[in-house]
Ligand binder design. Structure first.
Ligand code: UDP
Length: 238
């Protein structure tokens, strides 16, 4: 049976947030899930795509990338050809963060969230969503303070964590080695009221039972509640 040496199957890695890490960003956050580390920034643009303009609404979009040296084997920069995985992940991040806001409350403004993976060890998309959300929250505070917007557009707090089945065992917040050996792989995004924003789950090498699924959801809910606590602590630091 597979054993974790430093944590229980229901236990996430050490999850930390640090804010204001970059001078030029409108807001910035460094998020770590164990050895996975992502820089998340928010930028503001005073224009929106035509469809948002037509609806007198704002827009929120995300980009995701991995630095070449973030992985054990150099990951080439995708300068010429777009990387399908990057595109899939950035759409997920954008969708999740849009679910957290009311776009009508920042008409004419685009909030761009950039997630750059500094070090990858599994769970880079879940870390990006949680870190991206904190960067979004900080950007919204600044927009309100600078009186660029009037009403807080954040309608849900969101955070994300992964879970999976490795050698028959359900566990939360998989690192790279666990992810590589996973039979089932899940990414779960939830709100602070315990509702779901998105669940992505695949039985990559086998199948999963209903019981497996229930345990995955239970572990993810616990993990996400823990993330909200960590996030809140850093958010309220002066
Ligand atoms: N990975 C890598 N190179 C790549 C893509 C992924 O080394 O080009 C590693 C990295 O550690 C990543 C892990 O594989 O965190 C799992 O990748 P996956 O696509 O499942 O996304 P993630 O778990 O990071 O959201």
């Amino acid at each position: 049976m597979y054993k974790r040496t430093t944590r229980k199957f229901s236990e996430a890695r050490k999850i930390t947030f640090e804010k204001n890490i970059m001078k030029n960003a409108y807001s910035s956050v460094a998020v770590s899930y164990g050895d996975t580390k992502v820089f998340c920034t928010a930028s503001i643009d005073h224009k929106v795509p035509p469809f948002a303009e037509d609806m007198n609404s704002g827009w929120l979009t995300a980009e995701y990338n991995m630095l070449p040296a973030s992985t054990d084997r150099r990951k080439p920069r995708n300068i010429i050809k777009p990387d399908g995985r990057n595109v899939e992940i950035q759409r997920l991040i954008g969708r999740a963060l849009r679910a957290a806001v009311n776009l009508k409350r920042f008409p004419g403004i685009t909030i761009m969230i950039d997630c750059d993976v500094i070090q990858a060890d599994g769970g880079t998309r879940t870390a990006s969503i949680s870190g991206g959300f904190l960067a979004l929250k900080l950007a919204v505070d600044r927009l309100l303070k600078e009186e660029i917007i009037k009403k807080n557009p954040i309608v849900h707090q969101i955070a994300s964590i992964s879970a999976g089945k490795v050698h028959g065992q359900i566990m939360v917040d998989l690192d790279f080695m666990e992810d590589k050996n996973a039979e089932v792989d899940f990414n779960v995004i939830m709100t602070d009221s315990g509702d779901y924003v998105e669940i992505q789950g695949t039985a990559e090498k086998g199948i999963m039972t209903r019981e497996n699924f229930d345990i995955i959801l239970k572990y993810c809910e616990q993990g996400i509640n823990h993330i909200f606590k960590q996030m809140e602590e850093v958010y309220s630091e002066i």
